[in-house]
Design a protein around this ligand. Structure first.
Ligand code: SF4
Length: 484
């Protein structure tokens, strides 16, 4: 009996292009994958951009085909057969077992203008392949595709309010590039079918694990059942993949002569020694800081679809801060968080200026706080002088720690989350309730100001956001005290 070819969605074909093993695992062992908060946030952004695209391209009589495997193909076919002359969103087609949903189809002379919508800010190679799969399925299903374009985010767009997103999307006509790729689609389909129906392929880990998408099977494929996993050496995934292929799973397995970067050599040396390296520079730099000392941390949102007037897509907009103020023998805390849903930036900047006063170093961990304050300077001319005075007092702890400290358990990272457990094991991000990292904080803020949130959930999110941001500045205080 002949075996039917398996159905494959367009995203499954893109998975096969990234790595055939990824597709095999998605199909047969999805439970081995681990979808990160960042990936979930990207999906959410995609939905928001899709809704804007429908508003921009839609008309009073446009149709969205509902996502229902039982009906979506028939519903699309009925629309096409009755000669529908209106925009169709999420039209669904299948050819040779490949199922696609089309973001936007617009009637165009005797055919259809097809538009794929992406939440990135430029056209990438894999977007052309994505459109080529779409075009191949549609044309082989009898659709006259007059052109196929990719609409991506215009990062210079400034939202002027009133739900007017005209100009948010930039269209690129990819028709010629797409048609040239057609033979690749047929090859890719054969590769994808083999990956799905055949035994699991032994693919060495490497650069493909993070490109174009972070693979959800990294935890499964990369060596992790060892004290100091090789990924802790840092550097390019391609080079680390070569180490794995040589049988190096743990940093301690590595042949030192293979290490060319000074950072990797340092990580290797300290890991082999088995005890932290602490140089004098941190003590000298940090004890020299005068009082009062201010420890500052912002939380930001960067929505792909701007929500407040005057803001751009992906702009880092501060919505919350925490400041610990240390004087000789005393430590107190101030914070800002506004969940009213109104733009909080002005009040946030004014309160920050008042709390930070006019003297004393303002400590940050990495220069993200500098970027955020520069954004505030751009927004509020009349506050610019006061904000520039804060910029002049900023002191970045990160390079001081990086130059002077490494503990084998940091596994190649000098992020605050990697350093803290080594210098203050009693403080733990993992023990925080709910929000434990930046993406979750950003999503939590957006949920808390959203229209559907109930009072209890909003209160819960408020507590988690305040605790998380406060914890970041507590961690900075602990780091300074450790080195002092
Ligand atoms: S982690 Fe890398 S090797 Fe494993 S499935 Fe994903 S892309 Fe392929």
């Amino acid at each position: 009996m002949a075996t039917r070819a398996p159905y494959l969605s367009k995203s499954r074909l893109i998975s096969a292009w990234q790595c055939p093993k990824k597709l095999h695992l998605e199909k047969h062992f999805p439970e081995l994958g681990d979808v990160s908060a960042q990936t979930e946030s990207l999906f959410e952004s995609g939905h928001r951009v899709g809704a804007v695209a429908q508003a921009l391209y839609g008309t009073a009589d446009s149709v969205e085909v509902a996502f229902d495997f039982k009906t979506m193909l028939a519903e699309t076919q009925a629309l096409i057969e009755r000669g529908a002359d209106l925009p169709i969103f999420e039209a669904s087609f299948r050819y040779e077992g490949v199922l696609v949903r089309v973001d936007v189809m617009l009637p165009d002379a005797d055919g259809w203008r097809v538009i794929e919508v992406k939440s990135s800010t430029s056209v990438k190679d894999y977007h052309v392949l994505d459109c080529a799969i779409q075009d191949w399925v549609l044309r082989n299903s009898g659709i006259n595709v007059t052109s196929i374009s990719l609409a991506h985010i215009n990062n210079q767009f400034v939202y002027l309010g009133d739900n007017n997103y005209e100009g948010l999307l930039l269209e690129n006509d990819l028709t010629d590039d797409v048609r040239r790729l057609e033979p690749r689609v047929v090859e890719l389909l054969a590769k994808a079918r083999a990956a799905v129906t055949g035994p699991i392929l032994e693919v060495n880990v490497g650069a493909q694990c993070n490109s174009p998408y972070e693979c959800q099977f990294i935890g499964h494929c990369w060596p992790g059942d060892t004290r100091y996993p090789i990924t802790g050496l840092g550097g390019s995934k391609a080079k680390l993949g070569n180490f794995v292929a040589l049988g190096y799973h743990d940093i301690l397995d590595v042949d030192e002569s293979c290490l060319t970067s000074a950072t990797q050599q340092r990580i290797y040396r300290v890991t082999c020694k088995g005890e932290p390296e602490i140089l004098d520079g941190a003590h000298q730099a940090l004890t020299a800081l005068p009082y009062p000392r201010y420890y500052l941390d912002f939380e930001t949102i960067g929505p792909v679809v701007p929500i407040w007037k005057g803001t751009r897509p992906f702009q880092a907009i501060p919505v919350q801060w925490s400041v610990h103020i240390e004087d000789e023998g005393s430590l107190r805390h101030e914070e800002f968080l506004d969940l009213s849903g109104e733009p909080p930036m002005r009040a946030l900047a004014e309160r920050l200026i008042a709390v930070l006063g006019d003297r004393g170093p303002v400590l940050m961990y990495t220069n993200y706080e500098l970027q955020v304050i520069n954004n505030l300077i751009e927004m509020f001319d009349d506050l610019a002088d006061s904000l520039r005075a804060i910029v002049a007092r900023l002191f970045d702890l990160h390079p001081v720690v990086k130059d002077n400290y490494y503990h084998p358990d940091m596994l190649g990272s000098w992020s605050i989350k990697a350093v803290l457990p080594c210098i203050a094991p009693q403080l733990s991000y993992a023990a925080l309730d709910g929000i434990k990292e930046g993406t979750a904080a950003s999503e939590g803020f957006l949920e808390a100001i959203g229209p559907g949130v109930d009072v209890a959930r909003k209160a819960e999110l408020r507590g988690q956001l305040l605790r998380y941001c406060k914890f970041d500045t507590e961690a900075m205080v602990a780091i300074v005290r450790f080195f002092s």
